[in-house]
Design a protein around this ligand. Structure first.
Ligand SMILES: [Zn+2]
Length: 250
């Protein structure tokens, strides 16, 4: 089986207190080959880059999470621009709008637009975080033609099939995570069944959504069951999708 790629895993999360890397050997034994670690706060970017230098299988997507949008400044923008040129920085993320956390949406939008501009300059895809502000986020992505120019992934997707289809039409991938494993999940399984195979990516969003990286294998198994694929096919398809999107990972 081709190794799986976890496209959204916070191995550097403060909750893990530096133990994230210790989770890797077991994850690799379970068939997970590469990990994309998104940024959250600007203070974490240096540590994130250090992690990619220590671990060949880890790649970075530095960015300001909408909950930390108040950190956005000219200095932070310059720092992000410098980081974007690093060889193991494969995307900008996680960026977006969160109507349930963080500063007012106007302030989040300023940080989002600034980071989208940097992503355009760097030619890097984006990891998107959208919660309770989907319409507004979609409008901005459409306006700046981010999907057509850069592509990206809507991480931790939990919306309806029509929203997923809009995202795919705009040029985005759908990040399928542990929400798929919930017994009462309805919308996400439907989207996983109906969407084009080329749109699907896998993620754990550890530690928020998963305790161990191996949860990715359970998500992949569920995708296999829903699509009528083998686990090996899920691995081949989603890993190809990841390499196509995150070109610097090749
Ligand atoms: Zn995240």
């Amino acid at each position: 089986m081709v190794p799986l790629i976890d496209t959204h895993i916070h191995l550097d999360a403060l909750e893990l207190a530096g133990t994230g890397v210790a989770l890797l050997p077991q994850a690799q034994q379970n068939g997970i080959g590469k990990f994309i670690v998104p940024g959250v706060r600007s203070s974490g970017w240096h540590g994130l880059l250090a992690l990619t230098r220590q671990q060949p299988e880890i790649f970075a997507a530095p960015g300001l999470h909408p909950a930390y949008a108040e950190q956005w400044s000219a200095k932070v923008a310059q720092q992000l621009q410098e980081f974007s040129r690093q060889p193991k920085v494969v995307a900008i993320g996680e960026i977006g709008l969160d109507g349930a956390a963080g500063p007012p949406l106007e302030q989040q939008e300023t940080a989002l637009r600034g980071q989208l501009q940097l992503a355009l300059e760097a030619g890097l895809p984006v990891l998107l975080h959208g919660r309770k502000a989907t319409g507004r986020l979609l409008d901005i992505l459409r306006e700046l033609e981010i999907g057509q120019q850069l592509g990206g992934v809507w991480h931790g997707f939990s919306g309806s099939l029509p929203v997923a289809e809009q995202l795919v039409l705009l040029g985005f991938h759908i990040g399928v995570g542990p929400i798929l494993l919930r017994k009462n999940a309805r919308k996400l399984p439907q989207a996983v069944i109906e969407l084009p195979a080329e749109a699907l990516l896998l993620e754990t969003d550890l530690p928020d959504m998963a305790e161990t990286p191996e949860t990715l294998v359970a998500v992949a198994q569920k995708v296999a069951e829903l699509r009528g694929w083998s686990l090996a096919e899920v691995a081949r398809i989603t890993t190809e999708n990841a390499y196509r999107l995150f070109k610097k990972m090749n």
